[in-house]
Design a protein around this ligand. Structure first.
Ligand SMILES: [Zn+2]
Length: 336
């Protein structure tokens, strides 16, 4: 296919170019050396191309067109002969240089999840949900810490070069503001991202309520476009607009992250616990965290059977594995 494309590129040059000569420029041979590009030039046809890392810029003597990767044609000042040296006009040399730079950008300049911040819900003076399970007082704050530790261990082993952080490591009580501040304090390069996963357990007065759910929110979006004040001010009139925006959010990272984690939890504990869905809501932690953020509700400690399961290390370990795998799926997707 490549030779056919080359012929097509050459045809474009010869068919649509007209001879125009310009002063100024540099020898194509020294340009190629400087760029560490390979120069191909056919003296008979007066056509040639420069190649670097698979990126190709074609040109022809006296023709004011350049062809990029045999496809994209750009009008330029024509290359010309000086003695027996081909001269590239400055404009073409600059374009070719830029093109090579763009096409050969190293992998580390691509989008990169540099930091994962895990937030074990509640802690310290705030036990979160509490239930009596087989004579034992089960507290949400202990379960969330247990699961978070598992997720953190697995992430650190898999990604030794990334920041794997937790909002708390022991039975402490960081305020919501402190959790958010931690999330937003991570220094990032322009191409780097943070993801935020808050882990919780549910409780209900309805003893039949059971199952896991994952909540998401695109924080930047809500904060800038749909502020609380705006909702209060406009009230119900805004509902159709909000709905449209929520649909649009389906393309955002928070949803993809929520979906990845939700699916993994389903695979891991779906035969014990029903999935209650992926949900959208406003809550403080996530609304103010400037990053893709989700909140996992791993099950109801108030449900007879589910409470018993959540009281076991083995079950919490499974949930930790699932959350970890969901995050890995997201990172694979995000950095692809
Ligand atoms: Zn909670």
């Amino acid at each position: 296919m490549k030779s056919l494309k080359a012929a097509a590129g050459l045809f474009l040059l010869l068919a649509f170019g007209e001879a125009v000569y310009a002063a100024g420029g540099q020898k194509v041979s020294s340009f190629a050396r400087e760029q560490k590009a390979t120069l191909h030039f056919d003296v008979l046809s007066g056509t040639g191309y420069l190649e670097k890392g698979g990126a190709i810029v074609s040109f022809a003597l006296g023709i004011p067109l350049a062809v990029f990767d045999w496809e994209k044609t750009v009008r330029i000042e024509a290359p010309y002969l000086s003695g027996n040296e081909v001269i590239l006009p400055d404009e073409l040399a600059a374009m070719a240089k830029d093109y090579f730079l763009q096409k050969n950008r190293p992998a580390q300049e691509r989008y990169f999840v540099a930091t994962v911040l895990i937030d074990p819900g509640h802690g310290g003076k705030d036990p979160g949900a509490v239930a009596e399970v087989e004579g034992r007082r089960l507290q949400e704050k202990d379960l969330t810490l247990e699961v978070s530790k598992r997720v953190l261990d697995l992430l650190r082993a898999r990604y030794p070069d990334r920041n794997i952080l937790s909002t708390r490591l022991g039975d402490t009580y960081p305020s919501l503001e402190e959790r958010v501040a931690k999330a937003n304090s991570v220094a990032l390069k322009p191409n780097e991202a943070v993801i935020y996963v808050s882990i919780h357990a549910n409780a209900s007065f309805n003893r039949n309520a059971k199952g896991y759910e994952v909540w998401y929110l695109n924080p930047e979006y809500r904060r800038t476009v749909v502020s609380e004040d705006l909702v209060k001010e406009k009230g119900k009139d805004l509902a159709p607009i909000l709905n449209a925006m929520l649909e649009e959010e389906f393309t955002t990272e928070s949803i993809i992250l929520a979906k990845n984690i939700y699916e993994r939890i389903g695979k891991e504990i779906g035969r014990f616990s029903p999935g209650r869905g992926i949900r959208a809501e406003e809550w403080f932690v996530v609304r103010n965290a400037n990053m893709p953020s989700v909140l996992v509700e791993m099950g109801f400690i108030t449900h007879g059977e589910e409470g018993k399961l959540l009281a076991t290390q083995a079950y919490l370990r499974r949930i930790g594995d699932a959350i970890y795998n969901g995050i890995v799926d997201f990172i694979d997707y995000f950095e692809r």
